[in-house]
Ligand binder design. Structure first.
Ligand SMILES: Cc1cc2nc3c(=O)[nH]c(=O)nc-3n(C[C@H](O)[C@H](O)[C@H](O)COP(=O)(O)OP(=O)(O)OC[C@H]3O[C@@H](n4cnc5c(N)ncnc54)[C@H](O)[C@@H]3O)c2cc1C
Length: 520
């Protein structure tokens, strides 16, 4: 048996006692401490698998069992790492930040309640996008999800990491409307109108009376969300739009300056994502189909890829949702705007209720095929994402693209970049796809990532979400007034979690007892 990873100050004997306490409280079938169990909860996409090994995992099935687990964690001062379904591939999967933590796997909590009149679903964390999709189909409920490119995960888990989908409800964290949370000391609270016993408005009014707390539990380590209300989009009468391709790298500027105002004006209510030529190639082919040369792909190969898939340097899908008459009018506005900046091609698409539907992210259908991209280089694939936030400004985006693309070439990596619109911002998602069986390539990833963080920091751009390995690094870039925000986060952390048992290090927030674990 391999050595069990232990948090600082822990002994194997103490971990074994904690394991027994979990077994007594939850039953042995909900406690996992074998080597195989630990392997199952590792981060398969990590640059270095060894950094975030859990000591084991537990899978409670009720709020009371979560409270019992928290009580034991406090008794033993044992860190827990909550996951909903733990499919956070690219950001840490199901592994904890602090090696030796016990994963609190909530994937067996799968209750769904639906308020059809208001389009509000009350979910437990284990409910995946596929589960909810099946539920809507089975009950013939006319609502659509907003699914991420990998929909294998949990609806709540994705929203708790500020994940995004591609319909007008795509900024998933904005769909939260009241939560039930187990605090690190074991009390249960309900936020918003949930604090008001029997209020029929828990899932309708997100704020309640006084401070509103939902976002406090997002990307934090302040509580374990055991239930949440989320708003779903009513099935639209019509879906219209277009897939548009542009020829040159420099076209990104005009694309952003054209789409941005339409998004801010809400002619476009969905958040489009502009992506480069590798998106299709990485999913549908492998690198060896194109070249056997190392280093970043040359322009000849890029041209060949573009020719084969009949795509531009950049492509974007724009979609309109709602009443058919409104969509038709808006379509003309979009078409004129996109034509004015001279696309390579515009492919229109249109659907009305009752017609056969396209199964894609635009219709909120769960999917997993984009994960095929990790086979691009061959070997054991993985990726991490570098995703700074930019203003919706074409000149700034073009400059950021040029800087980043030059770094991809410098580090010999194939560029997969996109610019995803929010209402006022852009998220510049750069996937670093790699082959974990290529040690030379793997030795470049960490310096490459750090370089990109430094480049973005120099421009005032911070990441919206990051892998476990870089949570401390990214937290330090949020440095205004001597890192006042981090100090506030840690003050709150220590007040809510005096024993530091919940997800120490998450988002760079360390409780006092683990402060020495912070990495720069
Ligand atoms: C090819 C590919 C494409 C992808 N495309 C997208 C995309 O388009 N959009 C996108 O957003 N993501 C995308 N992802 C990333 C990821 O796979 C999804 O975001 C996925 O939904 C996250 O996993 P999950 O939902 O199971 O969340 P989890 O892994 O369960 O949770 C995410 C994090 O939130 C915290 N957390 C979870 N549950 C709780 C809880 N109950 N209480 C407190 N804290 C909790 C944990 O710290 C956890 O690490 C993609 C990944 C791949 C590989």
């Amino acid at each position: 048996m391999a050595d069990i990873p232990l948090p600082r100050g822990f002994t194997a004997a103490k971990m074994s006692q904690a394991q027994k306490a979990f077994e007594a409280a939850l039953g042995a079938d909900k406690v996992f401490f074998t080597d195989l169990d630990r392997t199952a909860y590792e981060d398969k996409f990590a640059i270095d698998d060894a950094r975030h090994h859990p000591a084991g995992a537990i899978a409670p099935t009720s709020v009371e069992e979560v409270q019992a687990a928290v009580k034991i964690a406090n008794q033993f001062r044992l860190p827990l790492w909550p996951i909903s379904r733990g499919k956070n591939l690219g950001y840490g999967t199901s592994a904890p930040e602090l090696a030796g933590s016990v994963v609190l796997d909530l994937s067996r909590m799968k209750r769904i309640e639906f308020d059809e009149a208001n389009g509000v679903v009350t979910l437990e964390p284990g409910v995946g996008f596929y589960d909810l999709y099946d539920y809507l189909q089975q009950h013939k409920l006319p609502f659509w999800l907003s699914t991420p490119g990998n929909s294998w995960g949990s609806v709540i888990g994705n929203a708790l990491d500020r994940g995004v989908g591609y319909t007008p409800y795509g900024e998933n964290t904005k769909n939260f409307c009241g939560m039930e949370v187990v605090l690190p000391t074991g009390e249960v609270v309900r936020t918003g109108m949930g604090a008001f016993s029997n209020a029929p408005t828990w899932g309708l009014y997100p704020f309640g009376f006084g401070p509103a707390w939902d976002q406090m539990f997002v990307q934090s380590n302040f509580g374990i969300v055991t239930k949440a209300n989320m708003w779903l989009m009513p099935e639209p009468e019509s879906l219209m739009g277009m897939d548009v391709e542009y020829d040159k790298p420099e076209d990104i500027k005009a694309m952003i300056d054209t789409i941005g105002p339409l998004r801010r004006e809400r002619v476009l209510q969905q958040s489009p994502s502009i992506g480069n030529w590798l998106r299709a190639a990485a999913v549908l082919t492998r690198r060896t189909d194109w070249t056997d040369k190392p280093g970043a792909l040359g322009d000849d190969v890029i041209d060949a890829i573009r020719k084969k898939f009949a795509i531009g340097w950049w492509g974007v899908s724009l979609r309109l949702y709602g009443r058919e008459g409104v969509n038709k009018a808006a379509y003309t506005i979009l078409e004129n705007a996109m034509n004015a900046i001279k696309p390579l091609s515009i492919k229109p698409t249109s659907w009305v209720k009752g017609q056969p539907m396209e199964y894609s992210g635009w219709t909120g259908t769960p999917m997993t095929f984009p994960m095929q991209n990790i086979n691009w280089y061959g070997g054991r694939g993985g990726h991490i994402g570098f995703s700074p936030l930019l203003p919706q400004d074409g000149t700034a985006a073009l400059a950021q693209f040029k800087r980043t693309y030059a770094r991809y070439k410098e580090y010999g990596m194939d560029y997969q970049g996109s610019f995803a619109f929010g209402e006022r911002h852009l998220i510049n998602v750069n996937a670093m796809i790699f082959n974990k069986d290529d040690p030379k390539m793997m030795s470049r990833i960490d310096p490459f990532f750090r370089q990109l963080v430094a480049d973005a920091k120099a421009q005032g751009y911070g990441e919206y979400r990051t892998h476990l390995d870089y949570m401390d690094l990214v937290a330090t870039t949020y440095d205004w007034n001597g890192g006042a925000l981090r100090k506030l986060n840690e003050k709150v952390k220590n007040a809510l979690d005096p024993n530091g048992i919940l997800a120490p290090g998450k988002s760079g927030i360390w409780p006092t007892n683990y402060a020495g674990e912070r990495k720069a």
